[in-house]
Design a protein. Structure first.
Length: 248
């Protein structure tokens, strides 16, 4: 399959401190790719650089074209969309208005099928339809995450980047969010998923990268990473005996 996103030797610095060092990764069409690692490993910085909100060195190619000179708005217009860790909702606006803002660039381009996309989002997130007149700031944590995902889908992304979608959510809600993420793949959306919840991320992804102190420590098919002794012990709370993960 063709590479939708191809990142080579990406480096990001905060002053003299290099937070991401020569990271290379690929997201192919129709796949979910996860990036796992401890807090402070550089995962959020990596996504911000790809999105263009942080200056970086290296080569970032999306659909085969270099995007280094493109603005954030241009990247969104091309189908590259980020759902940030803080979700960045407009708390004093309704659910419906937040969703409509997700389609702002499409409205400016004169696209006429916004209502259909909104209907698709409500079908995927019935709770948002129930709460469409409610202020975003009054939603629960899980509902806010659903709204952030729904707003991103209103822009009709081709590559959706998710930064810690499970952050601060109860286990049952985390399961629901990851079921939604997994289902999005069937719609043709490719996903780059950054997560501290390694178990949940590797369960839904096809391929994974392990980021530690700004550098890639491991990569491979997600099933292989789950059975890797280092990953199992460090991120899954398991030891691997004879190829079978066992809880410690």
């Amino acid at each position: 399959m063709a590479a939708l996103l191809d990142v080579r030797d990406l480096a990001v610095s905060y002053g003299r401190v290099e937070a991401v060092h020569k990271v290379s990764l690929t997201v192919t069409e129709g796949t979910i790719v996860s990036v796992i690692g401890p807090n402070g490993a550089g995962k959020t910085t990596l996504l911000a650089a790809i999105m263009g909100t942080l200056a970086s060195k290296g080569d970032i190619r999306y659909k085969g074209d270099a995007v280094g000179s493109l603005s954030v708005e241009q990247r969104v217009g091309a189908g590259l969309v980020l759902v940030p860790e803080k979700r960045d909702l407009f708390a004093s606006m309704t659910v419906a208005d937040n969703l409509q803002l997700g389609a702002f660039a499409r409205v400016r381009r004169g696209e006429r099928d916004i209502a259909r996309t909104l209907g698709d989002v409500y079908a995927r997130f019935p709770r948002l339809q129930e709460r469409r007149a409610q202020l975003a700031g009054t939603l629960s944590g899980g509902e806010r995450q659903m709204l952030a995902l729904g707003r991103a889908l209103m822009s009709r992304p081709r590559l959706l980047m998710l930064d810690e979608p499970s952050l601060g959510l109860a286990p049952l809600v985390v399961r629901e969010i990851f079921n939604i993420v997994s289902a999005l793949k069937a719609t043709g959306v490719s996903i780059l998923l950054v997560e501290q919840n390694a178990r949940a991320a590797l369960q839904v992804s096809d391929y994974g990268y392990v980021l530690e102190t700004g550098e890639l420590a491991l990569e491979g098919p997600s099933a292989d990473l789950v059975s890797n002794p280092k990953v199992a012990a460090t991120y899954l709370g398991q030891s691997v005996v004879a190829g079978t993960p066992k809880r410690t």
